[in-house]
Design a protein around this ligand. Structure first.
Ligand code: GTP
Ligand code: MG
Length: 198
């Protein structure tokens, strides 16, 4: 699946810009700067596919990528929470994220990215609440596991598992990743390939 080219299709600032619902979609959501765009690049094996930055608020649209050979579309989302962008813009993204996440019939799974140094924050839990209410399948991905100490990582994993265990519905186990070092990337690729078969 990821051995074949994945290409950028378009950026969407409103729902009407989205392509027709003719493919399986997966989306990457999470706080600003958590590493969504970097993870998409790591999965696709192309460093410049999705634009990344040190400054929170890099991704400002729903950026659509798709496989040229398989029935897969990948959506890179703007981050929620703090972003270095004007308030009305942030409000518009928040609304777009909400509408997309809860109203897209072809959305097969959302990967909710959580920083492995911190574990889930209030706004991560809000998104989980929203996805559970809308009965959308999601999985938590811890990012940047190359950063915390082994002890801090263990704490964040425990906090994340306990947040998941409290959910009303069952969810797949968390995945530990580093886009920088490559940890968890192969696992995530296989899980996405399996989603397409189901
Ligand atoms: P927004 O689009 O602003 O919401 O951010 P994002 O979630 O797309 O994050 P992005 O991929 O742009 O990464 C943010 C910063 O974290 C960049 O400086 C990346 O280089 C860095 N980063 C991402 N993944 C990793 C990782 O696995 N390890 C380390 N050490 N840094 C990472
Ligand atoms: Mg981004």
């Amino acid at each position: 699946l990821f051995a074949r080219p994945i290409v950028f299709v378009k950026g969407c600032v409103r729902l009407a810009d989205l392509p027709p619902m003719d493919r399986v979609e997966i989306a990457f959501a999470g706080r600003s700067n958590v590493g969504k765009s970097s993870l998409i690049n790591a999965l696709c094996g192309t460093s410049g596919l999705a634009r990344t930055s040190n400054t929170p608020g890099r991704t400002q649209e729903l950026n659509i990528f798709q496989s040229q050979s398989e029935n897969l579309r990948i959506v890179d989302m703007p981050g929620y929470g703090y972003a270095k962008a004007p308030e009305p813009k942030v409000r518009a993204w928040t609304q777009l994220i909400h509408q997309y996440l809860t109203g897209r019939a072809t959305l097969r799974r959302v990967y909710v990215l959580v920083d492995s140094r911190h574990g889930p924050k209030d706004n991560d839990v809000s998104v989980m609440n929203e996805l559970d209410r809308a009965a959308v399948s999601y999985q938590i991905v811890l990012t940047k596991i190359d950063k915390p100490s082994a002890k801090d990582l263990e704490k964040a994993v425990a906090a994340t598992r306990s947040a998941i265990a409290k959910r009303p519905a069952a969810h797949p186990d968390i995945v530990l990743t580093s886009s920088e070092k490559g940890d968890g990337i192969g696992q995530l690729r296989s899980e996405i390939a399996l989603l397409l078969e189901s």
